[in-house]
Design a protein around this ligand. Structure first.
Ligand SMILES: [Zn+2]
Length: 273
C-alpha cells in the first residue's frame, strides 16, 4: 500500500487570494514539472505601501506586468523580490522584474548570496522568516509568514504530487532533514497552511508533510528492493531502478525520475554510472 496525499481545497488551481496577506498570480507556464504553472506570491501587510514578491517566475513580460498590475491595484509598490531557489521557472524573470519595479532581489546563491536561515524580512511591515530547506536544490529556502500561519515552500513541498530531488545539486539527506524541519513547524501549530511554488494552496500542512515523508520512505524502500531484485547488477542501475520502481510514472517525467533515482542511490551509497 502506498501513501495517498491529503485532498486539496482548490483543485483545479488558478491562483488568487489565499490568506489575508498572500495572493497568487499564476504564471502561464504549465507543464509536467510545473503543474498549473509557477505560483508568483504577492505578500502585502494590510494597508501597507510596499509588497514583497516571492518568485517572479519565468521571463514572460505579460506575467511580470500582471504581477505589477496586481500590486498597483492594491495601492502598493514592490519593495522587495525574493527567490525560493534559482530554477528558471521561479527566477528567470527576476532581472527583468527588477528593471520594472526598481526593487532589489534577495535569495541564496550566485549573485544573491544574502539570505540565510533565520533571517527576517520586514519590508512593508511584513514579518517573514527565512527557513533554510535545502534538498530539492542546495539553494532552496522557505519563508514563514507567522501572521497567516503560512509557509511558502517553493519546490520543497508542492500543492499536488511530490517534488524532485534535483541531483546532483539536490541531495536526499538534506531534503529529508528539511521535511523534518517543516514537520516541526506544522506539528507545533506555527504553520497550518502551505503556499507552494506550484499547485494549489495546501490547507492541511501537517497532513501534506506527513504524506511527503511517508512517500519518501516508501520510495527509498522500493529502490532498496529493486536493487536487491537485481537492478544493482545491471549495466546501468539507474535504468534498472527506473523500470522496476517508476514504470507507472508518465514517460515525460522520466528525466526527473532519473535525477531522483541518482539522488537515492547516492543516499544509499550505491555506485552508478
Ligand atoms: Zn525547482
Amino acid at each position: 500500500m502506498s501513501a495517498s496525499p491529503p485532498p486539496s481545497a482548490r483543485d483545479p488551481w488558478a491562483g488568487g487570494p489565499v490568506t489575508e496577506r498572500a495572493h497568487c498570480v499564476l504564471a502561464p507556464n504549465p507543464g509536467p514539472m510545473t503543474l498549473d504553472g509557477t505560483n508568483t506570491w504577492v505578500l502585502l501587510e494590510p494597508g501597507a505601501a510596499e509588497a514583497v514578491v516571492i518568485d517572479p517566475g519565468p521571463l514572460d513580460e505579460q506575467h511580470l506586468r500582471a504581477v505589477l498590475a496586481h500590486v498597483e491595484e492594491r495601492g502598493a509598490r514592490v519593495g522587495l523580490t525574493v527567490l525560493t531557489h534559482g530554477h528558471h521557472d521561479h527566477a528567470e524573470g527576476a532581472p527583468r522584474f527588477a528593471e520594472l519595479t526598481g526593487a532589489p532581489t534577495r535569495a541564496v546563491g550566485t549573485g544573491h548570496d544574502d539570505l540565510g536561515d533565520g533571517d527576517r524580512v520586514t519590508t512593508g511591515g511584513l514579518d517573514l522568516r527565512v527557513v533554510a530547506t535545502p534538498g530539492h536544490t542546495s539553494d532552496s529556502i522557505s519563508f514563514a509568514l507567522p501572521a497567516d500561519h503560512a509557509l511558502l515552500t517553493g519546490d520543497t513541498v508542492l500543492g499536488r504530487g511530490t517534488t524532485v530531488v534535483a541531483h546532483p545539486d539536490g541531495e536526499l539527506g538534506a531534503y529529508l532533514h528539511s521535511l523534518e524541519r517543516i514537520a516541526t513547524l506544522t506539528g507545533g501549530g506555527d504553520v497550518t497552511r502551505i503556499l507552494p511554488g506550484h499547485g494549489p494552496v495546501v490547507p492541511d500542512a501537517s497532513a501534506m508533510v506527513a504524506f511527503y515523508r511517508t512517500h519518501r520512505a516508501e520510495r527509498l524502500e522500493q529502490v532498496r528492493q529493486a536493487l536487491a531484485d537485481g537492478a544493482v547488477q545491471e549495466a546501468d542501475p539507474v535504468e534498472g531502478v527506473l523500470t522496476r520502481v517508476y514504470a507507472e510514472v508518465p514517460q515525460e517525467v522520466w528525466p526527473a525520475a532519473r535525477m531522483s533515482i541518482r539522488a537515492q542511490l547516492d543516499h544509499l551509497g550505491v555506485a552508478w554510472g
